[in-house]
Design a binder for this molecule. Sequence first.
Ligand SMILES: Cc1ncc(COP(=O)(O)O)c(C=O)c1O
Length: 397
Amino acid sequence: MKYSDKILKTPSSFIRNILKVASAEDVISFAGGLPNPISFPIDALQETINKAMEVHGPKLFQYSTTEGYLPLRQYIADKYNRSYGLTIDPEDILITTGSQQALVLLSEVLINKGEGIIVEEPGYLGALQAFSLTEPTFYPVQLKNEGLDVEQLERTLEENPSIKFIYTVPNFQNPTGITYTAENRNAIYEVLKNYDVVLIEDDPYGDLRWSGEKLPYIGAGRLENSVLLGSFSKTVTPGFRLGYIITKNKELLYHVNTAKQATDLHTNIFSQIVIHDYLVNNDLAAHIAKITDLYETQSNAMLAAIAKYFPPTVTYTKPEGGMFIWVTLEEGMSALELFQKAMNDKVAFVPGDPFYTNKTNVNTLRLNYTNSSPEVIEEGIKRLGKILYEVTTKELV
Ligand SMILES: Cc1ncc(COP(=O)(O)O)c(C=O)c1O
């Protein structure tokens, strides 16, 4: 059988393969990226579903509109307008099958084979995979502690007129946990306002903040070609597969709507109605506070264990929210080789390699803390630290 070039060029998820190895019962796994089940308000959803059956009847089971359930879009618009002082209307919103689908739709609408996409380096693996389906040319721009390397961003845009969009995760980025500073956001805005490119701000983690101040978006509300993506996966449930695209660019949204029609007609209407009823009848802020309290405790436990057990040459990010810590080993070390050794000691993480578009054998790795207790986190990091002290740079080259 002969397959399309584009599917043959799209990498299958490296993390899923690692998760298979890491899911054995006796392994302490920091490899996953799943929300803790505490973020699923199961009792409240049960009650909502029962009531929704009575109130909405067949509407829950019928075909629906491509742009999504209007009351849900109104709820989303109100939330962003209240929290960020934006002026979003429901017409500016399209509900997607998770924000993952938004990534596929946007690249389908914007990218011809070979055209350019700027991505963060390191960047969200699922986005790299989604964009790969349109066979683009990736232009990675380095992610530093304060955000994107603005000089490199400007140079890359200047030198590559085929670039159609820039993909960013400005809050608690996956995989690094980094949040762009206010200054960095402004500097990016100052560059982008001079270019005819789309800025995608993908923000599934923004509500999961436990320290620092909530910051205004880079482009939302001020760049004409701004696209904001959101998701209920990390705050309510990923299983409902509910995400959304927000943009004031009507032409862009029209084309996304056409691509969505062709893909799946519309997002699951049962989930949309149920989540809307859940959101209006429950205290989402209180629910999110429960999640962030837990993640803060877990993140602190991991940071304290790293400080205690890792060699001082290892550097790492200190997230203000979200689900990940990014670790940089000594120059020349290979996280992939460390992974093999760590598996022998029954502890798992994701080596940095799949988060880069053009690098292998990197010295970086991602740790997820949301699914282990502080005690298990300490034990896992202790094991990793022991290996790190044992191996010399030479052994891991
Ligand atoms: C940065 C980022 N964008 C998008 C997604 C996909 O989320 P969803 O469940 O909304 O499709 C994830 C999931 O982990 C993510 O980390």
